[in-house]
Design a protein around this ligand. Sequence first.
Ligand SMILES: [Zn+2]
Length: 326
Amino acid sequence: MQAAPAVHKDSLVLALDFGGSKLVAALVEPRRGKIIFKTRQERLPTANAQRSLEQMIALGRRVLLEEQLSGNALLRLGVSFGGPLSHDRRSVLRSMHVPDWEIFPLAERLEAAFGCPAFMDNDANAAALGEWRFGAGRGLDSLLYVQISTGVGAGIIANRRLLRGAGLAGEFGHMTITPDGPRCVCGKRGCVESFAAGWALARDGRTALANAPQDSLLRKLSAGDPQRLDARLVCEAVRQGDPSAAAIVDRASRALGMAIANAVILLDPQAVVIGGGVSRSQDVLAAPLTAALTANLPPMFQGRCPLKFSQLGGDETLLGAALLNQ
Ligand SMILES: [Zn+2]
């Protein structure tokens, strides 16, 4: 048996993921897609940009300490951020979910803290890269990656490259499904995200709870506390047979399926890969989502583009961030 190649310290990347509700730091060997050490922390509910940055720097230093490395032993930093970035991908334009991230020079601040170059992209683009290189999209030339987590986003691989447009390509979550639909975090109404994001499922769960009978599963699972009703719990209620939760997931799946179908018609990818925290409820989502996708594709697209789920168990974002090098 051939021995695994030794890890050279100068080939290591510190990958940082600023999510909507969590911060994650990991030491990654990008050539093999191997996570050597990973640690995560819930983002402080009160944290603004500066405080989140300090939390992340501390988290990154903890990773280096664990592996007895200093910043100059790193090849680079790979940074995933849950929101739109400036055209040069050096600054955060804003976060839809965390206050105070307006025009924040994140790459520069991280380079100063760790003493090595930092490369950034938004979370869906990073995850698309990770899934394409190491997961469900391995070997394909084109791929649509759809992320369902706190928000909804997408990353597009076309001709073996990440499609960035003028910088904001893949802001899939804000495509309009119903012009008079629910209010979205972006200020519009009826975006994909306003039906299918983690926050939208939680909102619909709370509404259902307010109208639920005393013996309902939603009430039992949340102990009657609306604050405990998140997307994961709504999906658990579906699993256990709650009809109001099933209606919520059906509506979200119809919106998502319609938007994915539109994107498939536009891009003709070889596969669609679904990832992100909410997608861990694959057993609940796969059937209604597949049905909605099929219903919205014209005959020439039927059976052409398989719908897959992430194979990297949530690590796709960090693995993709570690691949960023320009
Ligand atoms: Zn929106």
